[in-house]
Design a protein. Structure first.
Length: 431
């Protein structure tokens, strides 16, 4: 490790420790590296701009953010809630089950855990607390845990980022997330049912089954959105990036024209908020690009590949070790930083050991989503606490059973790669 890289890492950790945003920390530490190594300081800006403009796939991120914002603004989420309540509200822990099913369906529209938790999740929290059967901590914990499904079911913003750093097929990554997302949903629903029976939480009053076709028809345009996206991608009509544009346009069409729940004034706030969110993510992506240039210049990926290969670990042993590292890092780093900065170090090792990059990518994203609900950094916990006033400590305490269910799902995905790869192979994947 060179002197310049050592000072760069020291600057990065010092800046992060004093509360500097991670994107700013990486850019400033990169400038320190360039100055000490005698390189042109303008190289930092050049790498950021060139990396972003050369990566067409990044355009999918702001488009999915716009789609999610429109979904949250109009009556779309209300219709989705009515449908889910009619389907699973009749079971014990009905409102918690409703939130999990809403997260599953909404995940096929937004690709963002934060959008799920901050939007429709806030509505379901209020419903649970007002019912009197759920503590605020439990309501927040359910919403936080179920929001992790968002980036697993396609479309997925974190998978777009993983494809950027690994060159894995984004289409097959999307397909690989379907079965894991359903497994996570099933695990959370089973855990919710067990807790509801233990606490004697009654079912909800729901419409009779004969009303289900009418409620389904009312929500049909919303339910069709994931099918339209997937049909466009895997039917060859759109690329994943173009599908993101279709998602935004379709959300706007049904919200503004069909449901008439979005006005011109609300569109302004939707686009401005989406722009701020996109700029925030773009800054992290740009800072990761220059930092990855430095890591590559120092030959760190190849050195790590040689080190781990020298340990003579079998592929399963490496996967378990890597995921343990990601779980620990998830307690102190956000998912975007892990995917854009840490994961590229492990990709050469995967290639050397013959580990499928689609399998590794999906498992990594699941792992990073679990990190969103693990203290002390759990981003989803902060988002929900800020939106509802629920104490983070209460959500952490009530969320432990759900965390256990998600970790169990992660272990199953690591041990049985076909859970990830079966569906992509049905569509011609040869990895």
């Amino acid at each position: 490790m060179s002197l310049a890289f050592s000072v760069c890492l020291m600057a990065l950790f010092l800046l992060a420790a004093i509360g500097t945003p991670i994107a700013h920390s990486m850019i400033l530490s990169a400038v320190v590296y360039l100055a000490i190594s005698g390189q042109d300081l303008g190289l930092a800006a050049e790498q950021i701009i060139q990396g972003i403009y050369d990566s067409f796939i990044i355009l999918a991120v702001p488009l999915f953010i716009v789609a999610a914002s429109i979904m949250n603004e109009g009556s779309i989420s209300d219709r989705l809630l009515d449908f889910c309540k009619a389907v699973v509200g009749r079971f014990r822990g009905g409102l918690a089950q409703v939130d999990i099913l809403v997260s599953l369906i909404f995940s096929g529209m937004s690709g963002s855990a934060i959008a799920d938790a901050a939007g429709v999740g806030k509505v379901t929290i209020n419903m649970m607390i007002k019912s009197g059967h759920y503590t605020p901590g439990f309501a927040g914990a359910v919403v936080a845990a179920s929001a992790t499904i968002g980036p697993i079911i396609p479309p997925s913003i974190p998978m777009v980022m993983y494809a950027l750093v690994s060159d894995a097929s984004i289409g097959y990554l999307f397909l690989g997330g379907v079965v894991p997302g359903l497994i996570m949903t099933a695990g959370l629903m089973i855990m919710t049912s067990w807790i509801a029976h233990k606490r004697d939480i009654p079912p909800e009053e729901v419409p009779p089954l004969r009303e289900l076709p009418r409620i389904t028809f009312r929500a049909l345009p919303v339910l069709l959105m994931p099918a339209i996206l997937l049909a466009g991608i895997y039917g060859g009509a759109t690329t994943p990036t173009e599908a993101a544009a279709v998602a935004a346009a379709y959300a706007l069409l049904i919200a503004a024209v069909l449901y008439r729940s979005v006005s011109l004034s609300s569109l302004r706030s939707i686009f401005s908020e989406s722009a701020r969110s996109s700029a925030s993510i773009g800054l992290v992506i740009g800072s990761a690009l220059i930092f990855n240039y430095i890591v590559a210049s120092e030959n760190v990926p190849n050195q790590m590949a040689a080190l781990i290969t020298g340990l003579d670990l079998p592929p399963l042993g490496f996967l378990l070790l890597a995921n343990l590292i990601f779980l620990l890092l998830g307690c102190v780093l956000d998912a975007t930083t892990i995917i854009l900065v840490i994961v590229p170090l492990f990709v050469p090792v995967c290639r050397a050991l013959g580990i499928d990059l689609v399998h590794f990518g999906v498992v990594t994203v699941v792992n990073c989503m679990i990190g969103l609900i693990t203290p002390p950094y759990g981003m989803l916990l902060f988002v929900i606490s800020g939106a509802t006033g629920i104490r983070i400590s209460a959500m952490v305490r009530e969320g432990m059973p759900f965390l256990f269910a998600l970790v169990a799902a992660l272990i199953a995905l690591i041990l049985f790669p076909e859970l990830v790869l079966w569906l992509p192979r049905q569509f011609g994947y040869q990895g």
